[in-house]
Design a protein around this ligand. Structure first.
Ligand SMILES: C[S@@+](CC[C@H](N)C(=O)[O-])C[C@H]1O[C@@H](n2cnc3c(N)ncnc32)[C@H](O)[C@@H]1O
Length: 301
């Protein structure tokens, strides 16, 4: 019997490494894509430490073990990891997420990094105006406001429940000292939306709904992300197509935009921006797996 095993039998707790192995196996059997990583994130959440610090902990108390097993069972039912921990990351910040709001995805970090790099390179003489269309939890808008306190950031969301999450996240970030953002409830395809910003935006970014109707999704997505956040008609372009006129109206000359899209329709988004006639430098950006992920463009005239 190892010292940890002896401690285990005395306390009614369990060695962390044993709990992790059991949890990962249960998640693997449930079809979770990254069972070990998720088992570690849930353990870190229960123990109140960063995931990378788990190596410093040997035991779970009986209470921690009970809580951990409950969370692992929920994850095995394919509840999203972020709904169980209550948080998702974008850039340097964490967003509160849960039922009724889209969970920000790691691939959207590329869009965020592109926007930051542009703001850095452009070196605007005025405070840059940044607009996030379809903001969900407020992820992109709030991550920009955190990284660029000089920016005037606006964000638009249609759904009232998602808007509630964005408002709570915005309050948390402002209480932590970030520059407050302005949230607007509305439809990004409405020709009158944000008319006070016409011709004033330096950067417009958007991760809109873009999945073609009928695509089969993992249970975490299909059963927990709101459908309004996911689907956009038969070709996935029902929001992007009309939103391009909004983007063109908001951007100043030489202002830039980037729109995330389904990997099946990168070339269609390029075509939509090109045929609009008000954009140049229309460029497709692939993700780390080489799949088309977002299209960027610059406003002319
Ligand atoms: C894919 S989610 C992205 C959320 C956030 N940008 C992110 O990356 O985490 C798309 C969001 O757009 C919102 N939405 C859908 N149609 C919209 C519309 N026509 N106008 C404004 N928001 C819309 C949905 O409610 C959802 O919150």
């Amino acid at each position: 019997m190892t010292p940890t095993d002896r401690q285990e039998s005395r306390s009614g707790g369990q060695a962390l490494r044993t709990a992790l192995v059991e949890a990962a196996e249960s998640l693997r059997r449930a079809g979770v894509h990254s069972p070990r990583v998720d088992a570690e994130f849930l353990a870190a959440h229960v123990l109140g430490v960063e995931r990378l610090r788990l190596a410093l902990i040997s035991m779970m108390t009986p209470e921690q073990l009970g809580e951990y097993r409950k969370l692992v069972a929920r994850r095995a039912e394919r509840v999203p990891l972020q709904h169980l921990t209550g948080a998702a990351a974008m850039g340097e910040i964490d967003l509160a997420v849960g039922p009724g709001v889209f969970v920000p995805r790691p691939e959207t970090e590329l869009l965020f990094a592109w926007a930051l790099a542009h703001l850095e390179a452009a070196g605007h003489e005025h405070p840059p105006v940044v607009v996030d269309l379809c903001t969900g939890s407020g992820a992109l808008a709030l991550a920009i406001a955190h990284a660029r306190p000089d920016a005037e950031v606006h964000a638009v969301e249609l759904d009232s429940v998602a808007m509630g999450w964005a408002e709570r996240n915005a309050e948390t970030r402002a209480a932590d000292g970030d520059t407050p953002i302005t949230l607007h409830r509305g439809d990004v395809t409405d020709p009158g939306i944000l008319s006070a910003l016409n011709g004033r935006a330096d950067v417009v970014i958007s991760n809109p709904p873009y999945i073609p109707t009928g695509v089969v999704l993992d249970p975490e997505v299909a059963e927990h992300d709101p459908h309004l956040a996911l689907f956009a008609g038969a070709d996935g372009l029902d929001v992007i197509r009309p939103m391009i006129a909004t983007i063109a109206r908001l951007l100043r000359t030489d202002g830039v935009t980037a729109i995330e899209h389904d990997d099946s329709n990168g070339s269609q988004v390029v075509t939509l921006l090109t045929t609009h006639g008000g954009f140049t430098a229309v460029i497709e950006h692939p993700d780390l797996a080489g799949k088309p992920r977002f299209v960027a463009a610059r406003r002319i005239n």
